[in-house]
Ligand binder design. Structure first.
Ligand SMILES: Nc1nc2c(ncn2[C@@H]2O[C@H](COP(=O)(O)OP(=O)(O)OP(=O)(O)O)[C@@H](O)[C@H]2O)c(=O)[nH]1
Ligand SMILES: [Mg+2]
Length: 506
């Protein structure tokens, strides 16, 4: 069958889905492995020949994109500004009036879940918020340091790695030092008396939108005042109750937040408080306190330092699980606008990604494709197992096997191995998730064998404890498009069923 007619049939089979109106590139990719059709479609572009060469070499025309789903970052809140110790001499008498302003508080570092951000990749994972300005004479208070907002993808779990000298207090939900700090350390305030900065104006709103390039309209987040307020008093805002430890490293980790909603945020490093200016003693009748007390009060707090571990867990409704080459990406390609690379070699997909399946009535669901799983994946073989965490939040799974047994594979055996690998992941609850079982490459399967393979798959699924939803589906995702329509309807039903169940349980 010609590739053009394959394509038409695939399109016809998914008529109830909204087809991409103008997405030549992904479609060409889907078909490119066996097709020369895209050569004809590329048109007389001046760069056409180069593009074609790239395609033939199996490289993507898209700019390279590094997907990062785990990251360690060091954050530091801004230091507070110094309080001013200025004394104003009044008249000819040797009378003085303290008129030093307070130092401004340091800015905090805030992680913000932005739906437009896809990867945890950052140019510099060491982030420090701005310091507060110093107070000065004539009761001029220092300006607050700006909060630094770091945009991360939705679905990031933020953990704080505690230093050996720190401990987590679950009651206050704050980190505590095991050893007290030396608060009496000498501090040089001599510069205070000559400081004359005028930093008292406060324009944080403007900073947030211009310096960080964050546009509230663009990211659909309106509560900018909330982000820009002073976080120094409520550092534990939005913290999660969970407390976890990781065995890789003996340092304790505490889960601070799960940024799973667009616009959710967490303050990870609180800015230090500004020092107190001498003007606070202006109304005291008994004169100024001792110089040591004055200097101690004027000393600003350092910003909090926090070592963080960020882990992205994709948010999708359905997770695709299958051996390499089973046709996971072909399925996503046929059903959504996503343009994953499809090729006849294992581990074509190296990074997990999410495709959105749109239905004619406006219903949408997200499906996540991850690198293929292989036998022994739970022991670290291949790439797939480490990506299983991206399926943790899915509502249902879709097991996909190569029904035709290309490359000597056995679909029944493959399904059993997949179930086994999932059972060994975490506490094994992934296997108990409601699932669809899909046999792909129907076009290569002899007709008389089809019924037998379907029956065997159903029995194997049952044996392995897979919670199959409906019948086993047979499809041809990459060639004829057969069976895609009922499968997409089943995908919708399985998601709706999950939502109904959770509503009923609440
Ligand atoms: N004959 C036939 N081939 C198919 C079908 N679906 C996919 N293929 C081919 O199978 C090969 C693998 O397809 P992919 O979609 O890349 O498989 P995958 O599961 O994403 O593989 P990995 O990314 O390596 O895990 C490609 O050469 C596809 O063209 C189908 O329905 N029929
Ligand atoms: Mg793939």
């Amino acid at each position: 069958m010609s590739t053009l007619s394959h394509r038409l049939i695939t399109a016809a089979a998914c008529q109830h889905l909204i087809r991409p109106l103008k997405s030549p590139q992904p479609q060409r990719r889907c078909l490119s492995s066996s097709s020369s059709l895209f050569l004809d479609l590329s048109g007389p572009s001046s760069h056409g020949r180069n593009k074609d060469k790239k395609k033939r070499a199996g490289t993507s025309a898209k700019p390279s994109y590094r997907f990062v789903d785990k990251l360690r970052m060091r954050t530091r809140g801004g230091e507070g500004g110094k309080g001013s110790l200025s004394l104003l001499r009044i008249g000819r008498k040797r009378k003085v009036r303290p008129d030093g302003g307070h130092g401004g508080d340091g800015g905090s570092v805030i992680l913000f879940a932005d739906p437009k951000t896809q990867s945890l990749r950052m140019s510099n994972p060491h982030v420090t918020a701005a310091s507060g300005s110093n107070g000065s004479s004539q009761e001029k208070h220092g300006r607050k340091g700006k909060n630094t907002i770091v945009r991360v993808p939705c679905g990031v779990v933020v953990k704080r790695v505690l230093a050996y000298s720190e401990t987590w207090n679950p009651e206050t939900r704050q980190v505590q030092k095991l050893f007290g700090e030396d608060t009496e350390a000498d501090y040089d305030f001599s510069s205070e008396f000559s400081s004359d900065d005028d930093d008292s104006d406060d324009d944080d709103d403007e900073y947030l939108q211009t310096t960080h390039g964050l546009d509230p309209e663009m990211i659909g987040f309106s509560d900018w005042d909330a982000l820009n307020r002073d976080f120094s008093d409520d550092f534990d805002h939005n913290h999660d109750e969970d407390q976890e430890t990781d065995l890789d490293d003996d340092r304790e980790r505490v889960t601070l937040a799960d940024l799973d909603q667009p616009g959710s945020y967490v303050v990870v490093a609180r800015g230090g408080k500004g020092g107190t200016g001498s003007s606070i003693f202006a109304s005291l009748h008994g004169g100024l306190p001792d110089g040591k007390i004055l200097t101690k009060n004027a000393r600003p707090e350092e910003g909090e330092v926090a070592l963080l571990e960020l882990e992205l867990k994709l948010i999708a409704d359905i997770g695709l699980v299958g051996f390499p080459n089973a046709g996971k990406s072909s399925l996503l390609c046929a059903m959504s606008r996503a343009g994953p690379r499809v090729a006849p070699y294992p581990f074509t997909t190296l990074n997990p990604f999410v495709g959105v399946v749109e239905y004619r009535d406006g219903f949408r669901l997200k499906a996540a494709d991850i690198p293929g799983l292989i036998d022994g994946a739970s022991q670290g073989k291949g790439k797939g197992h480490e990506f299983l965490r991206h399926l943790e939040r899915t509502k249902a799974l879709l097991y996909i096997v190569d029904a035709a047994g290309t490359d000597g594979r056995d679909p029944i055996e493959d399904l059993k191995i997949l179930a086994n690998e999932l059972a060994q992941y975490g506490d094994g609850d992934m296997l108990t998730r409601r699932a669809l079982v899909v046999a792909n490459k129907l076009d290569l399967l002899k007709e008389e064998k089809e019924a037998q393979v379907m029956a065997d798959l159903a029995t194997a699924a049952d044996e392995m404890g897979i919670q199959v939803f409906g019948n086993v589906h047979s499809i041809s995702a990459g060639v004829t498009g057969q069976g895609l329509s009922p499968l997409s309807e089943a995908m919708r039903q399985i998601v709706l069923q999950y939502e109904q169940d959770t509503e009923a349980n609440e």
